[in-house]
Ligand binder design. Structure first.
Ligand code: MG
Length: 301
């Protein structure tokens, strides 16, 4: 198989022999936050240093969807289909309403400003789980230098009540996150303090408690090499598809590397999309790629 490395017969089954890695659009500074909008038949993604959200449509290519984007990063959709995004510059989560207005959802915890929300997922109960590292306020490239008011953490936010709670705080730099299909497990990427020589960089697995709102565990689940996991998505079988320096790595629910898809640029974020959710959209540095798989994304937003 050209462009792939298989460590398991399962992975060989996930790959379509005649589906190649496609280059969809080029010319961005740094792509993150891809989210599939099935009702609009398009992909939205962030070009963070250019402070803009892009929209890609099959047959038409990419154009600007929103500028400024407030240096938005991770995106997802809530249970009502509304777009939820993390903003570095505004240090908040915001939601796009059906009429196009933007609503700031949360920008503080315990009276202090968040750092720079990085990535976000919505649980089936409507709660919004997000990571808040310092990356977006530590330099002028992806949001602008600002002072941190509290340590990095992972939060659960209830948009109904406005309640925000820390669910994990022993991170140097929490980044991408994804629930297992049964929502009993939450995977969170640790990308470390990047001022350190050897930052802590691995995927950790937490158990979601019976209350559905707190976590336990948090052991190291898998270490991506080369590079690290910035963003990840889970497929219908519970496999984790993670970004890496050399492309996409597919990891089984027991933490075993099943195989890789090689991508010519460093990958940051990815998402499943298309009507069957069998197409992986890949934000890789300056280029947007996709590849069709013999596998569907999990039925989460
Ligand atoms: Mg990220």
């Amino acid at each position: 198989m050209d462009g792939f490395e298989s460590h398991s017969s399962r992975f060989a089954h996930y790959i379509l022999g005649n589906a190649a890695l496609e280059t969809l659009a080029i010319g961005f500074r740094w792509i993150e936050g891809p989210v599939w909008m099935g009702d609009a038949n398009c992909l939205l993604f962030q070009d963070i240093p250019n402070d803009r959200t892009m929209r890609w449509i099959e047959g038409q290519g990419a154009s600007v969807y929103r500028a400024p984007s407030y240096y938005a990063n991770g995106q997802t959709r809530d249970r009502q289909g509304r777009l939820i995004a993390c903003s570095h510059r505004k240090r908040c989560l915001f939601r796009t309403e059906y009429d196009g207005r933007l609503t700031k959802l949360v920008d503080r915890h315990a009276g202090k400003r968040l750092n720079s929300p990085n990535d976000v997922v919505v649980k089936s109960d409507g709660s919004i789980w997000f990571t808040d590292p310092l990356y977006g306020i530590s330099n002028d490239y992806e949001g602008g230098r600002q002072t941190s008011e509290q340590p990095p953490a992972v939060y659960r936010f209830d948009p109904q009540s406005g309640e925000i709670n820390v669910v994990a705080d022993d991170f140097d730099g929490p980044n991408g996150l994804a629930f297992s299909p049964d929502e009993r497990r939450l995977y969170i990427a640790e990308t470390g303090d990047q001022n350190q020589q050897s930052p802590r960089q691995y995927i950790r697995a937490f158990d979601v408690q019976a209350d559905g709102r707190t976590l336990s565990g948090g052991d190291i689940f898998h270490k991506i090499e080369p590079g690290y996991c910035d963003g990840m998505r889970v497929d219908e079988d519970g496999n984790i598809w993670s970004s890496a320096a050399d492309g996409i790595h597919c990891i089984s629910p027991s933490g075993e590397l099943l195989g890789r898809i090689f991508v010519p640029h460093v990958v940051a974020n990815l998402t499943f999309g298309g009507p069957a959710k069998n197409r992986l959209f890949i934000g890789a540095s300056t280029t947007l790629y996709s590849i069709f798989l013999n596998r569907r994304g999990a039925q989460t937003p």
